[in-house]
Design a protein around this ligand. Sequence first.
Ligand SMILES: NC(=O)c1ccc[n+]([C@@H]2O[C@H](COP(=O)([O-])OP(=O)(O)OC[C@H]3O[C@@H](n4cnc5c(N)ncnc54)[C@H](O)[C@@H]3O)[C@@H](O)[C@H]2O)c1
Ligand SMILES: N[C@H](CO)Cc1c[nH]c[nH+]1
Ligand SMILES: [Zn+2]
Length: 427
Amino acid sequence: MKILTQADRSFAATLKKVALRGAVQSSAVEKTVRTILQAVQRGGDRAVLRYTKQFDRVALKAEALRVSPEEVKEAYHHIRKDEGDALRFAAQRVTAFHERQRTKTWMYQDETATLGQVVTPVDAVGVYVPGGKAVYPSSVLMCAIPAKVAGVERIVMVTPPQKGPINPYLLVAADIAGVTEIYRVGGVQAVAALAYGTKTIAKVDKIVGPGNIYVATAKRLLYGTVGIDMIAGPSELLVVADEETNPAHVAADLLCEAEHDEDAQVFLVTTSERLAKDVSKQIERQLKGLQREKIASKSIARHAVAFVVTTMDEAIAVANEIAAEHLTLSVDNPFDYLEKIRHAGALFLGRHTPPSVADYIAGPNHVLPTGGSARFFSALSVHDYVKTSNIVHYTKEELRKVRDYLVRLAHIEGFDAHAKSAESRFS
Ligand SMILES: NC(=O)c1ccc[n+]([C@@H]2O[C@H](COP(=O)([O-])OP(=O)(O)OC[C@H]3O[C@@H](n4cnc5c(N)ncnc54)[C@H](O)[C@@H]3O)[C@@H](O)[C@H]2O)c1
Ligand SMILES: N[C@H](CO)Cc1c[nH]c[nH+]1
Ligand SMILES: [Zn+2]
């Protein structure tokens, strides 16, 4: 792990580069993604199947894209009872948390009008469940349960195919969460199919869910053609730690994001150079023997940085500049810093809250903004699955009270048809 103190010449430049990581779009990735999007828009299922063969090495016929209800039932026979219980426990926690996010239609009446907002669920949502380098039944729950809570009727799940049957944990999680259609297709071709529609996969109104750099770029390029939740790309963690922190815990937490993807990015910001060195040693030690050692060690070598600063306030300033997906505050009094933290997808407070607890069973959503987009995006929530329409109602008497103001403003803008539409009610 690279360790930089404020005295190092490259401290400021490295911090700037990290802060801008989301803006550095790889043009090679973008070119590939555009080609696949166009091909699926024009070629539909045929293009989807071609790219599935190319990138996932699975040859399918269009009829095999959709997962049947029998396959979902069969999946229950391939998982253990304790595994099913763990999925159901996670689902309950996620449901309970997201039910608190529900928003209702609201209205009020004042002396001039009746106004409000009607809340409507999106008709059809596409849930992208990653599957290139790992299996993510937890992401099925995180994406589909809030859709269900919001009242979305059509919840369409896509996930890359494997050779052989689809992973049973994904199917059981989909069943528990209330997914209504499942397709074995992943990557850009899946996102394109959901956005444009094909003969087999009817288009959706919004696409949610995490994915690798190709999936995240596809969603970004399709924004506007279809609704998207956010840029939820390769995982990230930034740990702010004081000198009292146990380096073994920090290393363990950093590795849990690094093991997702070689493109995952993890950072430590600390007031203790000794801690930074100890964390670095711990990472080397803990990497050995991890199932995903190769991926995690590449992520650490390519991206991990420890920034050593003088004060906790400086540490928080660095964290705000980086705006990471996950931010851990490893201090005795984390709530004291809450108001100073401006940008992070999710906050993990104190010394005994590993980010993995919220990856699985805490209840808050683990689909979170990456690449610095926590400056403007939020965690996936029920709000992503609904939209609001404003309500406006005037009686003739109410309209009379505001008519002159309306007419004056319409004339200022040179829109006399606007003025006349109000005046016509009184002639
Ligand atoms: N931010 C979040 O909330 C969050 C949550 C969970 C996971 N994640 C991230 O999701 C990602 C999952 O990635 P994954 O790879 O396991 O699964 P994935 O499903 O996102 O990507 C696999 C697909 O990528 C496509 N692909 C691979 N190489 C390609 C290439 N060269 N050209 C075009 N397409 C290509 C293939 O179609 C393949 O099916 C990880 O980066 C993980 O960190 C993020
Ligand atoms: N840490 C991931 C979000 O970046 C979520 C996840 C799912 N499974 C394990 N972890
Ligand atoms: Zn994780």
